[in-house]
Design a protein around this ligand. Structure first.
Ligand SMILES: [Zn+2]
Length: 126
């Protein structure tokens, strides 16, 4: 999955709101089983996806295609977080690398170039 595709899926994460009603005090009501969940949309995602999570009972009335959709939203989010973390690590490494170079010629430019190469590599191998 490329970064662009990922952000597309991420924008869709609010799609989960169509499966619940927002109540006061960070509570949501599931539209399938009408259970009220504390903790908002993130709890609802675990409820709907039926992924076991502490303190969240899986939904018993949710449809199969909704389970798949919510699961995709959750995993895309995790993947994206990991991608951002890797990017940060690589940039830190590059900065370290270039700070050891006494000349420090066009430091930012060099980091920019390598960063681009790295991002392309990551997307090609994903
Ligand atoms: Zn439910």
């Amino acid at each position: 999955m490329t970064n662009t595709q990922l952000s597309g899926v991420l924008r869709e994460r609010d799609a989960c709101w169509e499966y619940c009603d927002k109540l006061d005090g960070n509570k949501v009501r599931c539209r399938f089983c009408h259970k009220v969940l504390n903790g908002g949309i993130s709890r609802l995602k675990f409820h709907l996806s039926q992924i076991p999570s502490k303190g969240v009972n899986p939904c018993t009335k949710v449809k199969e295609d909704v389970i798949d959709k919510v699961k995709a939203i959750i995993s895309a989010k995790e993947e994206y977080k990991e991608f951002q973390l890797l990017k940060r690590q690589r940039v830190a490494e590059l900065k370290q690398e270039y700070s050891n170079d006494r000349t420090k010629v066009n430091l930012e430019q060099q980091i920019g170039k390598q960063y681009e190469v790295y991002v392309n590599y990551f997307e090609d191998h994903n």
